[in-house]
Design a binder for this molecule. Structure first.
Ligand code: ADP
Length: 736
């Protein structure tokens, strides 16, 4: 028997050695640490036990025992931790520390076993046949150690058995089975030894059998069922280390597996069964989120669900749900959105401010220009007339600038609209040439116009915006050219579907642009060679507005420039042809060129008009402009006031400002018409901005005509003359 036991111990030592070696060679993470810990403690105990069996007296026996206990006090804890880790049961670090301290203290007592009575109260060496033995009675810590060992065994066995039942994968299941066997054999041998359930228990420590059998089963688990295989590790650990929660559902809809992050997300999964109602609800929730294409929000975190079929050899063996923690991504997106909103708000505030300011500035400029017009008309002194002329020029420049800013803010806010209307390219060119020729000759430059006479007579497009683009290019050409000429070329080429590409080009012999400045030309408020060109008025908005307007019309601007020689700006816009007949010559004799001496067009003392505008100065300007016509003028500062006056009096023409606070021009017109009672005055809208399609809009609203501000005396008189009944017009000697 003695020799059998000795042989068994040798076998155990060799087995444990192999286990130690394998776990050491595959060391990778906590699981291996615990396995290695349990192997080493087991090995040390087995060696100590072998020496105990070989000892012949109490001194050598106790020395061997002290060596053996170096391993033995830890075996229970090591196996317990290993099993818990394999069963994925978390042991708090505090508990681990308390257990380690307790076992450490017990070993300290064993080292000094002769000097205290806390582990063995009494001990005596005897030879039982071949077996050396130590008769003893336990002290308090002997029972603490025994109690802990029993607790480890009980909890460990329960955990292994439960995990074994839950495990779905066959290989893993067998592995847990082997581990259960190992745990059982150790626990049973220990219990038999402690409680002396068989006679042999009196002779020697039976746990050595348990350890031998346990070692055997552990080896099977390692080699046969790949306890330490990378594949297994990947499933057990790598998958758990992922930030994604993974839930696998079998074809019957039951949860077959879930990793730790998934359990942290849904604690129900780690507590109860994977097939219960709660598990079903979880899957339903994920499926619903997938269906709505929405993330799942939980505990301040945001997860994006994904789903995939789990295929094996072409057959579906389940569904895998992955919950990706996208909280950071969403937080970043939220931050970006917030930042964008702040930036948009700031930009909007800037645009709003610019728009408000420009609008506010326009009103006094209109008044200045109107009043200045009066001076030009009434004054005969040459010097004062020149001053008034300068005021007129500067006022108009200021107005263009303000209009530019208004246009720019409109483009910025996406409110700029292109309104195609029918127009004639001949008069369009004529207007442009008339508008710029004064400035060109003032500067001593030459204007060459090359106009293709075959351009179709009637086109459809945004006439006003095209005019604005060409005018911007022409004013720049004048501004940046000191001597030489400016050439305006208007041409066309055929396009598909009854359309043409209408082409404009403006070439000058001016200062030119350096290649490195080209890119910045279209940035708002950017000017090339700021210092050098300081004396040339400008905001840096003209080209950026032109470019954006052209983009809105589906076109783009092209520049050719040589520094010091000159520049050429050109663009082509696609226009619908309404009448393909060639236009012929563009110029109309007798048009354009401002008349310098004013002469009223008519006298109409019997006619009566009403002018409605919320700004008093505008009313004054119109009243003054029409003074010499002797027409009777009433004024009103608001819609309701005007309605009352139109009810009480009979007017030939009523001018109504479009934009008024409280009741706007269109509403005022509607109410006036309701109360007309047989009277039928002509309604004319007063509008701030010239936009294409304005005529159609005002006609639709019920107006007969419209006139844009700043109101020019001559245009106003022409308009009134056209609508007054003949009997009220007293012809002036040189009326037109
Ligand atoms: P600005 O109000 O300064 O004229 P623009 O946007 O119209 O603003 O033009 C931007 C810049 O492009 C100008 O400041 C000028 O430096 C340059 N530029 C524009 N047109 C010409 C030209 N015909 N010749 C030379 N430089 C030009």
């Amino acid at each position: 028997m003695y020799n059998f036991v000795i042989g068994l111990v040798y076998f155990t030592i060799v087995g444990l050695f192999v286990e130690c070696w394998v776990s050491l060679s595959k060391w990778n993470g906590r699981l291996h640490s615990y396995l290695f810990f349990s192997c080493v403690t087991n090995l040390v105990y087995s060696v100590g036990f072998l020496l105990q069996l070989r000892s012949g007296d109490q001194v050598s026996y106790v020395v061997a025992m002290k060596l053996g206990y170096l391993g033995r006090v830890w075996i229970g804890l090591a196996l317990f931790l290993l099993v818990m880790e394999l069963c994925q049961i978390h042991i708090p670090i505090v508990l681990k520390s308390v257990l380690v301290a307790t076992h450490g203290f017990i070993y300290y007592l064993i080292i000094n076993i002769e000097d205290n009575r806390l582990y063995y109260k009494y001990m005596e060496f005897v030879m039982d046949g071949d077996f050396p033995r130590l008769l003893h009675s336990g002290g308090i810590f002997y029972y603490v150690q025994t109690g802990l060992m029993l607790a480890y065994a009980l909890i460990g066995i329960s955990a292994v058995v439960i995990t074994f039942i839950r495990e779905k994968y066959l290989v893993a299941k067998k592995r847990y089975l082997m581990m259960s066997f190992a745990m059982f054999s150790i626990a049973i041998s220990y219990i038999m030894y402690i409680f002396k359930l068989i006679p042999l228990a009196y002779t020697f420590d039976l746990t050595i059998f348990g350890f031998a059998i346990g070692t055997f089963f552990m080896l099977i688990a390692i080699f046969r069922y790949r306890m330490l295989d990378a594949e297994t590790l990947a499933r057990n650990y790598v998958v758990d280390e992922l930030s994604e929660g993974i839930i696998v559902v079998d074809p019957e809809g039951k949860i077959a597996y879930c990793n730790k992050p998934a359990q942290r997300l849904f604690p129900e999964l780690s507590q109860g069964s994977l097939a219960g109602k709660e598990a079903y609800n979880i899957i339903e929730r994920i499926r619903f989120a997938l269906y709505c294409d929405e993330p799942i929000r939980m505990n301040d975190r945001i997860f994006t669900p994904r789903v995939n079929s789990l295929m094996q050899n072409g057959t579906n063996v389940g569904t895998i749900f992955v919950l990706v923690d996208d909280s950071e991504h969403y937080r970043y997106m939220d931050e970006l959105r917030e930042q964008k909103e702040i930036a948009d708000e700031a930009n909007k505030a800037k645009s709003q401010f610019l728009a408000n300011m420009s609008h506010e500035i326009r009103t006094p400029i209109n008044a200045i220009l109107g009043m200045d017009e009066m001076i030009l008309r009434d004054c005969n002194e040459k010097e004062i007339k020149e001053y008034a002329d300068d005021i007129q020029t500067s006022g108009r420049t200021l107005l263009t600038l303000i209009n530019d800013i208004l246009d720019f803010t409109k483009v910025e806010e996406g409110k700029m609209e292109i309104v195609p209307v029918q127009y004639e390219p001949g008069p369009l060119t004529n207007d442009i040439v008339n508008m710029i020729s004064g400035r060109i000759s003032q500067k001593g430059l030459v204007l060459n116009v090359s106009f293709d006479k075959n351009i179709p007579r009637l086109l459809k497009g945004d006439e006003i915006r095209i005019k604005q683009c060409v005018m911007n290019l022409l004013t720049n050409a004048v501004k940046y050219t000191e001597k030489g000429s400016i050439t305006l070329t208007v041409g066309f080429s055929e396009a598909d579907g009854g359309r043409i590409m209408l082409k404009f080009s403006v070439a000058d012999t001016g200062i030119g642009i350096k290649p490195e400045d080209m890119d910045e030309l279209f940035s708002p408020f950017m000017r090339a060679e700021e210092n050098k060109n300081r004396s040339i008025e400008g905001t840096g908005l003209g080209l950026s507005i032109t470019k954006r307007l052209l983009e809105l019309m589906g076109s783009d601007i092209h520049i050719k420039s040589e520094y010091g020689i000159g520049s050429e700006f050109s663009f082509a816009v696609e226009q619908e042809v309404l009448n393909a007949e060639p236009v012929g010559d563009y110029s109309r004799k007798g048009e354009g060129g401002r008349k310098r001496t004013y002469k009223e067009l008519f006298h109409a003392p019997d006619a009566r008009i009403l002018v409605v505008d919320d700004i008093k100065m505008n009313l004054t300007v119109i009243t003054k402009l029409l003074m010499r016509t002797e027409i009777k003028i009433d004024t009103a500062l608001s819609g309701p006031e005007a309605i009352k006056m139109s009810e009480d009096n009979e007017y030939d023409i009523i001018f109504i400002d479009h934009l008024m606070p409280d009741m706007d021009g269109i509403e005022t017109l509607k109410r006036m018409k309701e109360k007309e009672k047989g009277k039928s005055p002509v309604y004319v809208a007063l509008t701030a901005n010239a936009i294409s399609g304005a005529r159609e809009m005002y006609l639709d609203a019920g107006f007969t005509d419209y006139i844009s501000k700043p109101v020019e005396g001559e245009r106003l008189e022409k308009l009134i003359k056209g609508y007054l009944p003949a009997e009220k017009l007293l012809d002036t000697p040189d009326s037109v």
